[in-house]
Write a protein that binds this ligand. Structure first.
Ligand code: G3P
Ligand code: CA
Length: 269
């Protein structure tokens, strides 16, 4: 839920660390969420996919080429799809050197390890199921893994977890399995279509360029599956003035590569 604002003014949008804090540390790594925690960022966003042997891991692209040294390590295995590598192979990759030598040896996190670290840091998680069409059955697997890690107990599921996706069908599957998990649809449906999303989504999370004050009012006018008004978390905004403008449009959250600086800009406004 959004942080309460100062008395007499609308609540400030929550600043959510997109892939951790990629302006300071390699995206979607434990180093990135640790740095975000040091900078005071409570909510972090990540991306979850599945390895060839069925392990859930945290990585954004559907190939490993951009954010690891896989091309050097496995030159014959282009295009280096996440789904074509085992967990053991992926865990040997360097997910930090491409960003900065200071992060050499950083690994692609398992979801289980990532969840432990988010808990350790007392952070909250906006977990994106990335490209679920590539990973049939990932929704059931995800709920089992969240459950095993203690993330479906009362406190976590009520206050510390939202699962989001661009794929409405995947969110509906997840909703049928675990209606208690809050869900976010990534996109900006037209006002007339919003009601159908409110059946399974608690948030509608649009590209920030699509947001208008009227659209935010239309979203807020609907109640989600948990009986509360739908929320809006817009992405991806790194400029303080843009964040302030979005706050004035009424959004509840802003997903940012520099969430700590956005939070400052919002607080100063
Ligand atoms: O959280 C919203 C945003 O992460 C969606 O886009 O490509 O960064 O996963 P992408
Ligand atoms: Ca994402």
């Amino acid at each position: 839920a959004p942080a309460p604002g100062a008395a007499g003014r609308a609540p400030l949008p929550v600043a959510i660390g997109h892939r951790g804090v990629p302006s300071e540390a390699p995206e979607n790594t434990l180093a990135s969420i640790d740095r975000a925690a040091e900078l005071g960022t409570e909510w972090v966003e990540n991306d979850v996919q599945r390895t060839k042997d069925g392990a859930l891991i945290v990585v954004h692209d559907t190939t490993l080429a951009r954010t690891t040294d896989v091309e050097q390590r496995y030159p014959g295995r282009a295009p280096w799809k996440v789904a074509d590598f085992t967990l053991a192979e992926i865990r040997t990759l360097d997910a930090g050197s491409w960003y900065d030598r200071r992060f050499a040896g950083e690994r692609v996190p398992t979801l289980a390890g990532y969840l432990r670290q988010v808990d350790h840091n007392r952070q909250k998680l906006l977990l994106e199921v990335k490209a679920p069409e590539l990973y049939p059955g990932i929704e059931r697997q995800l709920t089992a893994e969240l459950d095993r890690a203690g993330w479906l107990d009362g406190d976590h599921v009520a206050d510390r977890l939202v699962v989001q996706s661009f794929d409405a069908a995947s969110l509906k599957t997840l909703h049928a399995l675990r209606p208690d998990i809050k869900k976010g649809f990534l996109g900006a449906p037209q006002a007339a279509d919003l009601r159908s999303y409110a059946a399974f989504a608690d948030q509608i999370n649009p590209d920030h360029t699509k947001v208008t004050a009227q659209w935010v009012r239309d979203v807020h006018a609907l109640k989600g599956p948990h009986g509360r008004p739908l929320e809006v978390c817009a992405w991806t905004v790194d400029d303080g003035d843009d964040a302030v403008a979005l706050a004035r449009l009424g959004v509840d959250g802003i997903i940012s590569n520099t969430a700590h600086t956005i939070a400052e800009a919002l607080a100063d406004e």
